[in-house]
Ligand binder design. Structure first.
Ligand code: NAD
Length: 259
């Protein structure tokens, strides 16, 4: 018996087999969920479809989350074969490379708007368009990072976007809560992924993490996947609007001391 037997999940944000979204997909599937995928068009045939097929998943649809039309099309396709959506996973973000290094004060108006649109507003847009399919017990999940609340070198506009994302989680949780729909974020410790490679100095940040995090280990997509199962399942049926840290305790430390 799996914790997610009989449930289905639509997962946005798989780029490759290092993606956090892929770790979440495998964990949800291992607990019995049927999973479907949406990702940007350019990744679909080369990356996402082969991964989906490797776990027997046939629902793979393109979507650039900057387009309301494309978002609507994905949920319309889902509705052709499903009566409902139990789990919606939003594991995507984007900012221009030049906005992820140097001074935050240099962030352009366009770079700010782009990062906030793709990385924060898209959660609102996905939740709204998914709403007719969501039912009592459905769970929406997104991915955040510690840079939302403390300054992390070079994270810059993405920190502001993650702060907006975490606030959006709370507002959505209040809007959708009366219908029994939960909305939560996982704030993950650093993981080597395509998106992370766009942040200047990421290697330095990743390298020292395991020395100062209380659990003295790096975080993996599998770690995030297991916590996603908790947030997607009835184990967390009274939890909404929260940001759950999956960071080996890193966020609780005021002044880090390495061994
Ligand atoms: P990733 O590169 O594997 O995934 C990022 C995804 O965002 C990609 O699939 C990309 O195609 C998608 N994306 C970007 N712009 C898009 C658009 N306009 N429309 C649709 N999709 C778009 O990297 P990841 O690290 O797995 O990132 C997943 C999430 O986890 C992101 O929100 C990221 O900020 C967050 N996160 C990552 C880390 C880390 O250290 N890797 C830590 C905490 C939180």
């Amino acid at each position: 018996m799996g914790l997610l037997d009989g449930r289905n999940a639509l997962i946005f944000g798989v780029a490759n087999d290092h993606s956090i979204a892929w770790g979440i997909a495998r964990a949800l599937q291992a607990e019995g969920a049927e999973v479907g995928f949406s990702s940007v068009e350019s990744l679909i045939e080369r990356r996402v479809r082969p991964l989906a097929e490797s776990i027997g998943s046939t629902f793979v649809e393109p979507c650039d989350v900057q387009s309301d039309e494309q978002i609507r099309a994905v949920f319309a396709r889902w509705a052709e074969t499903h009566d409902s959506l139990d789990i919606l996973v939003h594991a995507l973000a984007f900012a221009r490379r030049e906005d992820l290094e140097g001074g935050f004060v240099e962030t352009s108006r366009e770079g700010f708007a782009l990062a906030l649109d793709v990385s924060a507003y898209s959660l609102v847009a996905l939740a709204r368009e998914a709403r007719p399919l969501l039912r009592r017990g459905s769970s929406i999940l997104t991915l955040s990072y510690y840079g939302a609340e403390k300054v992390v070198a070079n994270y810059n506009v993405m920190g502001v976007a993650k702060a907006a994302l975490e606030a959006s989680v709370r507002y959505l949780a209040v809007d959708l809560g009366p219908d029994g729909i939960r909305v939560n974020a996982i704030s993950a410790g650093p993981i080597r992924t395509l998106a992370a490679s766009g942040i200047a100095g990421f290697k330095r940040m990743y390298g020292g993490f395991a020395e100062v995090a209380p659990l003295r280990a790096n975080i993996t997509p599998e770690d995030v996947g297991r916590s996603a199962v908790y947030l997607a399942s009835d184990l967390s049926n009274a939890v909404t609007g929260e940001t759950l840290y999956v960071d080996g305790g890193f966020n609780i430390v005021g002044v880090p001391t390495a061994d």
